[in-house]
Write a protein that binds this ligand. Structure first.
Ligand SMILES: [Fe+2]
Length: 305
């Protein structure tokens, strides 16, 4: 199966035909990466000067922007650069919102904006703990920010000014990953959920869904034999291209590359055209019980920095 689904869109606010939209959503929800080889996000000459890892706090992987509050985090930059970073990331958020809303019109009313990130640090050689090592194949799950069954939809644009591709690898399908790792994961207790919240480890109650997704994420990354043996597909995502992926579903690793913009959106699993492909459905089918909880805090936690 081809991992990439190329879609010929060259405009952030295009109105693609219904046929293109249907093709894109079918591929996206079935675990492909919607690849937009002609969709470039253009930076001004001034903005190009922001593409320096020196502007990222050395303790962080990237600079983040919260589209709800207008706040940026993770920058070690002058006051002027902070303003430029904010303008750049605000514009990227608006462009990706336009893209997702027009390419997937049925998603529009369900989209919840998450963080925007500017990633100017070279991935290759970046040292970190195994849990934070994104060069290991994994599905996304956030330790502090429960999503309670919301999907994690991410848009990426390679803005490398030196012609360098971003190298990714993809692994097995979500259902194959779940079959491999889920049986090893014990359930989370209610006491543990409340203690994690009480001690501010999590911003909202960690739902059973988040518990299992986070454990799958951690177990995938920790298992060296799995990392070495799992069949991977290597992708070179070129500069001046963009791509869209459900990163909670697609096993992925970022191997090398520098200078990318990323926008996260959250969507309810119920907004999917093919709900049987969602991680929530797959896990609930395997465990034979509901994994989400009634907690309105979860959505607000998902959009916090
Ligand atoms: Fe990831």
């Amino acid at each position: 199966m081809d991992v990439l689904k190329p879609i010929a869109v060259n405009n952030w606010h295009n109105n693609p035909s219904n046929e293109i939209s249907q093709e894109a959503i079918q591929a996206l929800e079935h675990g492909k990466i919607v690849f937009l080889p002609q969709l470039n996000f253009t930076l001004s000459a001034d903005e190009n000067s922001l593409l320096s890892p020196a502007l990222t706090n050395p303790k962080r992987k990237n600079i983040c922007f919260n589209p709800h509050s207008g706040e940026t985090r993770g920058a070690a930059a002058s006051a002027l650069q902070q303003v430029q970073l904010k303008i750049l990331m605000q514009r990227y958020y608006q462009h990706t919102l336009g893209l997702v809303s027009t390419l997937f019109p049925s998603y529009q009313k369900h989209l919840i904006a998450g963080r925007t990130s500017l990633r100017t640090v070279e991935i290759s050689g970046r040292s970190s703990s195994y849990k934070k090592d994104d060069s290991r194949v994994h599905v996304d799950s956030f330790a502090a920010t429960p999503v309670n069954g919301l999907r994690i939809l991410r848009v990426f644009s390679n803005i490398n000014p030196h012609g360098v591709a971003r190298i990714w690898q993809t692994g097995e399908s979500f259902s194959t990953v779940a079959k491999r790792f889920l049986p090893e994961i014990p359930s989370i207790s209610t006491v543990e959920q409340y203690l994690l919240r009480l001690f501010k480890v999590t911003k909202a109650l960690r739902s059973p869904y988040d518990h299992f997704m986070l454990n799958i994420h951690n177990k995938m990354k920790k298992d060296r034999a799995y990392q070495q043996s799992v069949i991977k597909t290597t992708l070179a995502l070129p500069p001046k291209s963009s791509w869209i992926v459900y990163s909670d579903q697609v096993s992925h690793a970022a191997i090398s590359g520098q200078h990318v913009l990323e926008q996260t959106f959250y969507l309810p699993s119920t907004a999917m055209h093919y709900p049987e492909t969602t991680p929530l459905f797959v896990l609930e089918e395997m465990l034979k019980h509901s994994l989400i909880i009634q907690d309105k805090q979860v959505v607000s936690a998902a959009v916090e920095m």
